[in-house]
Design a binder for this molecule. Structure first.
Ligand code: DCP
Ligand code: CA
Ligand code: CA
Length: 352
C-alpha cells in the first residue's frame, strides 16, 4: 500500500503572470504563443479562470481570443524559461517533503509519502502542508489529489480544481471506481472515449464485462491492460524518481536587504547545500536573486568543471553582478548548479 500525492498548478503560465503583476489579477489573463506568420496569428497557451469563463481557452486561435477579450482581457506573450524557473522553485519546495518525487511536466508532480506517513490521515495532513507551503513561499495556487495510486490521484487532482484538495483512502477506492467514467482516466482522450461509448462503455468497470478481444480491437493491448488494472484496482505503477538535472538551494533572507554582509554568507551556504545534493562536478553555476517584489533576476557562468572552492567566489561575484544591475532589495537568494559530470560518466569517458 502506498500513499501518493499529485500536485498540479492552477492555470500555470497565466498564474505566474498574475503573481508577477497582481494588478492584472481581476482581469481575464491570456498567455499567447505568437507564430510570427502575421501579427496576430498564433494560439492561446493558457488563460486564467476569468478568461475561461468568457470562453478563452488553451489552444484557441489568437484572433478568436482577441475578439472575445477585446478591451477587457490582458494578452501576454509567452516566456517559457521564466515559467520553467518558477516551476523549478516550486518543485524544489515540494521535494523537501519526500525523496520519491516524479516531475511529470512543468506544472505536475507526484510524490510518494508512504514512508513519511504512518496513516492515510497523515498523508492528507502532509498534502495540506505542501499546498500551504507552495502558496506561502511562491504565491502559487495548486490542486492536489491524494490516494493510493498515480491514476486515482491524478483524477482527484483534476476534480479538485481550482485551488482544492481531494482525497480518498483505500476503503473508498472501490466505491470511487464503481462510479468512475472512463473518459476521466488519463490517457483516454475524447476520440477514444467516443469509440468506447459506441461500444457501450461509459464507466471504467464496464470494460470488465466485455469480450477482451473486442476491447483489444478498440484499445490495443497496452491500453487494455492498463484500463483493466485500474478497474480491478491492481494498478500500482510506482512514482519514478524523476527530477530536473540541476541542483539548487534557495534561502529566504531574514529581512529584505541589499547588505552584502547579510547576503554573502547565505550565498556560500546555498553553494554548500547545492553541491551537497549534486552527484558530481557541475559545469554551470547560477546565482538567483528573488527581489522584494518577487521578480527574479539571475546570472550564470558556464564552462569547465567548477569545483566547490572556486564556486564560492564565482557565486559571490554573480550575486554582486545582480546587486550592481538592480536597485531593489533581495528577499531570497538561490544557487543552482547544472551540467553535472558524474564520476560514472567520467569513467565512461576514460574507458575505465
Ligand atoms: N500549455 C500550453 N498549451 C496547451 C496546454 C497547456 O502551452 N495547449 C501550457 C500552459 C499551461 C501549462 O502548459 O499553463 C499546464 O497545462 P495544464 O493542462 O495543467 O493547464 P493549466 O495549468 O493552464 O490550467 P489548469 O488550472 O486547468 O491546470
Ligand atoms: Ca495545471
Ligand atoms: Ca498540468
Amino acid at each position: 500500500m502506498s500513499f501518493i500525492i499529485f500536485i498540479d498548478f492552477d492555470y500555470f503560465y497565466a498564474q505566474v503572470e498574475e503573481i508577477m503583476n497582481p494588478a492584472i489579477r481581476d482581469k481575464p489573463v491570456v498567455v499567447c504563443v505568437y507564430s510570427g506568420r502575421t501579427e496576430n496569428s498564433g494560439a492561446v497557451a493558457t488563460s486564467n479562470y476569468l478568461a475561461r469563463s468568457i470562453g478563452i481557452k488553451s489552444g484557441m486561435p489568437l484572433p478568436q481570443a482577441m475578439k472575445i477579450g477585446q478591451g477587457r482581457a490582458v494578452f501576454i506573450p509567452i516566456r517559457r524559461d521564466f515559467y520553467q524557473e518558477f516551476s523549478d522553485r516550486v518543485m524544489n519546495t515540494i521535494s523537501t517533503y519526500s525523496d520519491k518525487m516524479e516531475i511529470a511536466s512543468i506544472d505536475e508532480a507526484y510524490i510518494d509519502v508512504t514512508e513519511e506517513s504512518s496513516t492515510f490521515q497523515e498523508a492528507v495532513e502532509l498534502g495540506k502542508e505542501i499546498k500551504e507551503a507552495i502558496f506561502r513561499e511562491h504565491g502559487m495556487k495548486a490542486s492536489l489529489g491524494i490516494s493510493i495510486n498515480k491514476v486515482i490521484v491524478k483524477i482527484l487532482g483534476d476534480m479538485a480544481k481550482p485551488d482544492g484538495i481531494k482525497y480518498i483512502d483505500e476503503s473508498q477506492v472501490d466505491g470511487f471506481l464503481n462510479n468512475l467514467e472512463v473518459k476521466k482516466i488519463p490517457g483516454v482522450g475524447t476520440i477514444l472515449s467516443t469509440k468506447l461509448k459506441d461500444a457501450g462503455i461509459v464507466y471504467i468497470k464496464d470494460i470488465l464485462n466485455k469480450d477482451p478481444r473486442a476491447m483489444i480491437d478498440i484499445l490495443g493491448n497496452a491500453k487494455y491492460t492498463y484500463l483493466v488494472e485500474i478497474a480491478e484496482n491492481r494498478y500500482n505503477k510506482p512514482v519514478e524518481e524523476r527530477i530536473r538535472k540541476n541542483f539548487g538551494r534557495y534561502i529566504t533572507l531574514p529581512e529584505n536587504t541589499r547588505d552584502e554582509s547579510m547576503i554573502m554568507p547565505l550565498v556560500r551556504k546555498a553553494v554548500d547545500s547545492a553541491y551537497g545534493k549534486a552527484p558530481g562536478i557541475p559545469g554551470e553555476i547560477s546565482a538567483i536573486g528573488i527581489m522584494e517584489d518577487l521578480d527574479i533576476v539571475s546570472r550564470s557562468v558556464t564552462g569547465g568543471r567548477i569545483n566547490k572552492n572556486s564556486a564560492y567566489e564565482i557565486a559571490e561575484s554573480l550575486m554582486e553582478k545582480i546587486l550592481d544591475s538592480d536597485q531593489r532589495k533581495l528577499r531570497r537568494i538561490g544557487i543552482r548548479i547544472g551540467k553535472i559530470t558524474t564520476n560514472e560518466s567520467l569513467d565512461d569517458f576514460f574507458g575505465t
